[in-house]
Design a binder for this molecule. Structure first.
Ligand SMILES: [Mn+2]
Length: 385
């Protein structure tokens, strides 16, 4: 079986398109699937980066799915938080024609929530668990009464019951797999995610996945990793380094060997088609010595200097691949920050968190607050269920 996730097709890097890299890396995945003669392919969410992808992104994703379907093995998709369930539902009948099964919404096991396949004479059951937003799972009444901590507990408990519902009736003589898009407790972020992004992340406890499962294939965290638990839980990670938080990640797909009565064997196969993201921190003099280096990488350049006009242009002359140029915060301030314990912000509402952030940065422009509130309202109104 091949497991891949978190393609995020359509995501640019500081305005630079990644379409060519995406085409190449998805072709690389299809060729790995062919070489390794896999009998099942799982794509566990966030195929697209946006709920309203552009036509080029759609072409890239559907070409990739077509390339997988041509291998004539079943392909199972689940929707991630970036995918639009209704858009996937619209193309579901077409995808099913090609043997691509779509779990765009949560379904009861007998209504398609658990696929029963036969691969090389062995029965295989795959439960699909698309991304469940906190809004869809923590009901309005609970949101009004409980604290943020309470919401997380409600989410964890309901997610646990969903896993139980999906897996309880799986046939005993089948290889039992759960394919999902979610955060599991104990997962390591892909990097780059800041406190503000993770405070509101709702988690499913690792113990929610019963030992009767032969494999739990997850998407959502961009770093490939195994989660120690009674069931074998694994993230395959994203196929490209998507942001400068991921510069240390080796991108890969997982080839998983499963048997009814033996532990899963995971072979992590590195992918070579994506560009490397690299962060360079240096003084202007040091940067001059690096002129023309790293021509194939995307660079984030942090310059140790004082603000000066034309700095970004000068850096781009030296390193044309610099997509992000910024001035280093003064080290003395930074160390100060590191030595001060961070206040617990886990119960703050988004507005209060943003306020605290602005105060820290010394930002006083009231338009920022207004804009934030507008965006928050918009996000609330349009969040896919
Ligand atoms: Mn995701």
């Amino acid at each position: 079986m091949l497991h891949t996730a978190d393609w995020h097709v359509g995501r640019a890097l500081r305005g630079r398109s990644r379409a060519d890299e995406h085409r190449a890396v998805l072709a690389e995945i299809a060729s790995i699937a062919a070489d390794r003669k896999v009998d099942l392919i799982l794509v566990t969410g966030d195929l697209f980066d946006s709920a309203a992808p552009g036509p080029e992104s759609e072409a890239i994703v559907y070409d990739a799915l077509l390339a997988l379907a041509r291998l004539e093995v079943p392909v199972v998709l689940v929707a991630g938080n970036h995918d639009h369930p209704q858009r996937l539902r619209a193309v579901r009948p077409l995808l099913e024609l090609g043997g691509v099964h779509v779990g765009e919404v949560l379904r009861r096991p007998e209504e398609g929530g658990v696929l029963e396949l036969e691969l090389n004479g062995t029965p295989v059951a795959v439960a699909t668990m698309p991304f469940l937003s906190q809004r869809s799972i923590v009901k309005a009444d609970a949101l009004m009464s409980a604290s943020a901590e309470g919401h997380r507990a409600i989410y964890a408990e309901r997610a646990r019951r969903i896993v139980e519902e999906l897996t309880a009736g799986m046939p005993a003589d089948a290889i039992r797999i759960l394919a999902g898009h979610l955060t599991v407790t104990g997962g390591v972020l892909g990097g780059g995610e800041r406190e503000a992004h993770t405070v509101f992340e709702y988690e499913v406890p690792a113990e929610a996945f019963p030992a009767s499962l032969h494999y739990v294939a997850l998407g959502h965290l961009h770093r490939a990793q195994r989660i120690p638990a009674k069931a074998p839980i694994a993230y395959c990670g994203s196929p490209l380094q998507l942001d400068f938080g991921e510069t240390l990640d080796v991108k890969s797909v997982s080839i998983v060997e499963l048997g009814l009565r033996r532990p899963a064997r995971v072979d992590v196969v590195p992918l070579r088609s994506g560009k490397r993201l690299r962060t360079i921190r240096a003084s202007l003099d040091q940067l001059e010595a690096l002129e023309g280096k790293y021509p194939d990488d995307f660079l984030q350049v942090i310059v140790e200097t004082t603000p000066q006009p034309g700095l970004a242009d000068r850096v781009r002359e030296l390193l044309p691949q610099a997509v992000d140029v910024r001035i280093a915060p003064r080290r003395d301030l930074e160390e100060d920050e590191e030595n001060t314990p961070r206040p617990d912000r886990s119960n703050l509402a988004p507005q209060a968190l943003f306020e605290a952030y602005l105060d820290e940065r010394g930002e006083e422009d009231p338009r920022l607050r207004h804009l934030f509130e507008e965006l928050l309202e918009e996000a609330d109104a349009t969040a896919p269920a």
